[in-house]
Design a protein around this ligand. Sequence first.
Ligand SMILES: Cc1ncc(C[n+]2csc(CCOP(=O)(O)OP(=O)(O)O)c2C)c(N)n1
Length: 623
Amino acid sequence: MPKLLDKIDNPSDLKGLAKQELGQLAAEIRQELVTRVSANGGHLASNLGVVELTIALHRVFDSPRDKIIWDVSHQSYVHKLLTGRRQQFTSLRQYGGLSGYTCRSESEHDPFGAGHASTSISAALGMAIARDLAGDDYHVVAVIGDGAITGGMAFEAINQVGHLGSGICVVLNDNGMSISPTVGGIAKLLNRVRFDYRYQWAEKKGESLMDALPLGKKLVQFGQWLRRGFKGLILPTVLWEELGLTYIGPIDGHDINALETALAQARSYSSKPTFVHVITTKGKGYKPAEGDAVYFHGVAAENSGSGTIPSYSEIFAQTVLHLARENPRLVAITPAMPEGNCLSIVEAEFPRRVFDVGICEQHAVTFAAGLATQGFKPIVAIYSTFLQRAFDQLIHDVCLQDLPVTFAIDRSGIVGDDGKTHQGTFDISYLVLIPNLIIAAPKDENELQHLLYTAVQSKHPMAIRYPRGSGVGVELDTELHQIPIGKGEILRKGKDVAILAIGTTVTPALEAADRLAEEDIEATVANARFAKPLDAELIKDLASHTKRLVTVEENTLSGGFGNSVVDLLQQLGISDIKVKVIAIPDEFVEQGSQAQLRAHYGLDAEGIARQALELFPHQPMRR
Ligand SMILES: Cc1ncc(C[n+]2csc(CCOP(=O)(O)OP(=O)(O)O)c2C)c(N)n1
């Protein structure tokens, strides 16, 4: 049977479909999502939940003239399928393929790129004000989840939306879930609406049942209904209305007719801000994802293989658990990623000492600072890319006051198929300039344990960056010890060239030394361990013995580890030496597998050996 989806090249084709065809279209989209995301990996449950909402949005609004902005935009796959990108959908999240997020350069239907949460309302308001100033009349819609709306920026934007009163439509896609269940006061408020909304729906269906009850019971039920109805429905309505937005909802997010009616109503209030509250089920229509929306939030690609070596995140969490048992003042904080960074295993044993603060990186850092002032030992577990959000909090709230907060920076370096918005390639550069902060990167998972132990003993703030994915596979010591701050180590000795590597690049640097040996070049390999303070003695020693120094890091060149080493050499007055800094050039790193991207940037063994060889101009590589 020909597919309806085959007929949709752009959103205007959707408008030609009869209402009774839309259910079939939704089913076809779900099929496509499950097939593709199972193969390529990606955000399955979030997309399954917005199938009807996306169809309705594109039938009511007129993209690209009207601007539809997806918050985070991990749930934009359906939007991509309906906006002329179906043919490329097989390349989703692959090297050179379709992005897993909205991207201005990818389509005119993506008016704003995203990947980080809570930006949609600010961007939408900017577009709406630009429209008003230019005397235009298009509509602007921001679609934001109940997880993303917990982010401070979303509320900063809503505050201004209410103040300016410009015409924008905020659609809240409320499924009760961030990656894990959404937490916090706003989540509680929304939960009440969701609960009461479902309660009332059940109530309607169960009216005949109520008829059968004796009068006394009926009165009690009626009283409960009134109370819930008042608290659950009136209060949240009042919240958004008091902030200056006209509230429409709650709407069943899987009923396309109801959605179209609500969105058309919002569209008709073209010069007022509206808030359309849509209730959806994450993972809708695919039983495994409905049953476990946390697991199916982001699934790995079919061929990614789940090896037997534990991930850095797992070792991190196991170490925190171990340290938490020994130290009752140790607390851990995660901005909405307890699954990704594995803190959920610590939370299971110490529920009062693990804090999921929502998608609030800035708050997470200052909250940790507050805890540290009172003698607690906070560990902020945060992805490198999201810590960017809390740059001033790092400087002003933690480091300026020299508070002993540990930053466990997960997903540092190249993260892979999430692409440009998620690469953790800037952290050394944005951390190295902050006084008082110690910055370390383990060469393997065993060193991660010892560095965490060291950080928790430290009287100063300390950041430990480690990569996405599994460890190197080394044995784990059972006794933890402190590593002297600012001390690296020599792992292999050779007289011709020294390779000073940090973090993930240590293992390929050792392999590169093997390749160089095949060219009769003897390389020293050192593990720097610390990007700050640098091990000046070690660096002096390497420079004087070999006169050729290669630094390697999975971080951007600008302001990175290698740059700091070069600065140090200059300060030490060492100039009779050839230096090669291997790092990521000044560009945003595209999507692709970690292996592909490392090879592309010469950060694998082959690339390191090739670049080291450039310091020997008369020695071409044999292979
Ligand atoms: C600033 C920032 N922090 C953390 C994340 C990681 N993250 C991606 S999606 C997501 C949950 C979003 O929840 P919600 O907005 O409710 O969307 P849903 O997936 O439930 O549809 C999180 C925490 C992010 N993208 N950006």
